[in-house]
Design a binder for this molecule. Sequence first.
Ligand SMILES: Cc1cc2nc3c(=O)[nH]c(=O)nc-3n(C[C@H](O)[C@H](O)[C@H](O)COP(=O)(O)OP(=O)(O)OC[C@H]3O[C@@H](n4cnc5c(N)ncnc54)[C@H](O)[C@@H]3O)c2cc1C
Ligand SMILES: *[C@@H]1O[C@H](CO)[C@@H](O)[C@H](O)[C@H]1NC(C)=O
Ligand SMILES: *[C@@H]1O[C@H](CO)[C@@H](O)[C@H](O)[C@H]1NC(C)=O
Length: 503
Amino acid sequence: MWCGVSAALWPVRCRSFLLQCRNICSGNVGRKSVVDGVLPSFRSVCGEDGVSLSEAIREQHGKDESVHKCCPPDVVVFPRSVDEVSALAKICHMHCLPIIPFGTGTGLEGGVGAMKGGVCFSLRNMDQVLDLHVEDFDVTVEPGVTRKALNSYLRDTGLWFPVDPGADASLCGMAATSASGTNAVRYGTMRENIMNLEVVLADGTIINTAGKGRRPRYDWPDETSQSRKENAGYNLTNLFVGSEGTLGIITKTTLRLYGIPEAVVSAVCSFPSVQAAVDSTVQILQSGVPIARIEFLDDVMIDACNRFSSLSYPVTPTLFLEFHGSERSLEEQVNTSEEITQCNGGSDFQWAKDEETRSRLWKARHDAWYAALALRPGCKAYATDVCVPLSMLPQIIVETKEDLIANKLTGPIAGHVGDGNFHCLMVLDPNDPDELQRVHLFTERLARRALAMSGTCTGEHGVGLGKRALLVEEMGAQAIQVMQSLKETLDPKNLMNPGKVLQ
Ligand SMILES: Cc1cc2nc3c(=O)[nH]c(=O)nc-3n(C[C@H](O)[C@H](O)[C@H](O)COP(=O)(O)OP(=O)(O)OC[C@H]3O[C@@H](n4cnc5c(N)ncnc54)[C@H](O)[C@@H]3O)c2cc1C
Ligand SMILES: *[C@@H]1O[C@H](CO)[C@@H](O)[C@H](O)[C@H]1NC(C)=O
Ligand SMILES: *[C@@H]1O[C@H](CO)[C@@H](O)[C@H](O)[C@H]1NC(C)=O
């Protein structure tokens, strides 16, 4: 180990070594032969089956669900334990090979592309649910466990993990992208629900961000309490949440669980205008209703969902709502919400009380992405992902719809409006350069509109490849510099998912 301290303290000699190493690392020349050379070491760590050079496997690991083009790694490894991850990372570190963690590949920002080649760590073989503490409402999972797998594991315990990005993503991938989704308005995003992470750093060091085995919480997780007793030093857990594979490989996450609500009802409500739907959302939240989900779909989106999922809702701005709680508290929540929506000219609630109608409703919402794609067969979709303070939401959605119409773009809007977060699902023909350019300019205008309203360019999908320049605009040069020094401290050779998040 050389210079295991902060960048500012590195002796000059050491920094020049670092520079040399960076240069070697950034060159493609010779990388392939380095990879060939290390294959026997990889195989001795995770077995013959645990190392793949097949073109199909590499292609599959070089892209996610976004429009970014496939960038396959040189080799894919399938470690079975944290010790194997650490041993593989040490080999990569010694030979300056890039490391790209891979969860389930459902990301939307090109996060898994191997921009500089290197080694993809597919974590799907580490798929155990560990340390379930029903009485403490927490569980620890390995990176191959997806959210649906965890919830079916928990089925008989009366507990569930609510963070729900629609796709059946890996929970550690969700930690890495700081995912959220339809339930966040009530239960928080990944960020609020992670208690500890086990991370393997670029040089193979294994750390536990809150200390090994710690899962501190002394309160009872009732409907309102979010507090937890811990205050030990810098919050490393938070640093790794949303780091998108650029700081380390997450090999375990300890998650907060919730009691399955006694009763659940869903409703659909149609509105005369975008403004009326969004005003209702804002007022429902302001009135303190602990609503679990409140999703906005504009007229274009509801039309697409009607067609794709054989539904027949009116083609106007619409809210999908869901309430969780005891029978009594539900009645109150629903009363208040219905009163508010009616004051804003909303229709009567259409109920989905039984499990089957409810899951049909939410499946339609979760299939919005595919419903949008079906509007123009053969096209690709790109989801914008801005988020603004709630009070700005009506204005930004109205302006954005005007912009879409003026520029003749297909971009149905679906949003987790309870968080100030909405997506334009841009459906575009990737072979039409003129349309690509119009979409590009549109998304930049949208992001700048959000920044001007004190918002962010990414509410949940992350920075990945495409939003690195916007991140600089959002953060400012000084904050980016601090991020860069953190990156250099944790990953001085720039091996962890290079070319993502920071430029
Ligand atoms: C139809 C659809 C709807 C979606 N809706 C939402 C939504 O509403 N909200 C939302 O937040 N997201 C949404 N997403 C995006 C996606 O589901 C999330 O980004 C998810 O968190 C990615 O998890 P993954 O395991 O698939 O990660 P991957 O795609 O495999 O990787 C994503 C990034 O995380 C890194 N990474 C993955 N695993 C690890 C690990 N163990 N350690 C370190 N780094 C790692 C990768 O290197 C990459 O940079 C949607 C996706 C689809 C396809
Ligand atoms: C540290 O960060 C994690 C993840 O974001 C969060 O769950 C936890 O509450 C934070 N701890 C403190 C003391 O703020
Ligand atoms: C809800 O509204 C109905 C009808 O207006 C009323 O009878 C009922 O008492 C209300 N319930 C609560 C909990 O406010």
